[in-house]
Write a protein of this length. Sequence first.
Length: 282
Amino acid sequence: MNFAILIVAFQGLVASSFAFVADSNAAKSLYHHEVTSSLYATEAVIDETVDNPRLSGLALMLDDGTRKSHSMAQNTQFVSGFFKGLADRDSYRSLITSLYFVYESMEEAMDTTSEDRVQALDYSSLRRLPPLKKDMEFFYGSGWENQIIPSPASKAYVARVQEVAKSKPYLMVAHQYTRYLGDLFGGQMMGGMASRSLSLENGDGTAFYTFDDIPSAKDFITEWYQRLNALELTEEQKTEIVDEANLVFDLNIDLLQELEGSPIKAMLTLAINSLKEKLRFR
């Protein structure tokens, strides 16, 4: 999945929330327009970059293979699901809780694996479990570990991570690509959206979206893609990784779709709060 494209689509949806908030079909049409427009814009920027690692190897296979395989319905599910998570603090807390269980399983697998290709892409600055624990402390208070249980979708996600880590650990590369790069691509914007929509201040509850040890996301992602392309993998293994990345995208849709919040309410609240911020600074 090309998360950079989805992130630009988020911006388009938020900017036009007032006009489309009462019409979900119109919102979907807008999303389709934003995805198409941002696709060409993103590729134009890439074409101007010399020796961009995203233009070759497994990086290109993943970006291209995941983007082409997803229907508009799937993409719309992803975006609407994200907004469901911004509808209220309970929905957002549920999302963060599900992500905690996912990252706990992923990072435990990366800690114990002997798969050098997974280790090559494992940066401490990308790890999300420490900031997720901060968010859990904020939303649940002390003793939060004894208060949480995994949702059905997070159970299925964790089971897949554990299965892959045991049977074909090189497929963990797909999980690293789909989650960590998605988080890094959109972390600042998504964290800001959560803060505005839910009136969270001083970074409380949004540590997950903060990467303090990565000063330049662009430079870091370029380096990460270079390492990705340098992995010794057969063509069959590369294809398997692309297929797994597509499966991971579906698992993430399931996480989002089980949330109970209203995406329309979240879009309206976000649009109103964004407008208030703009008026305040004029």
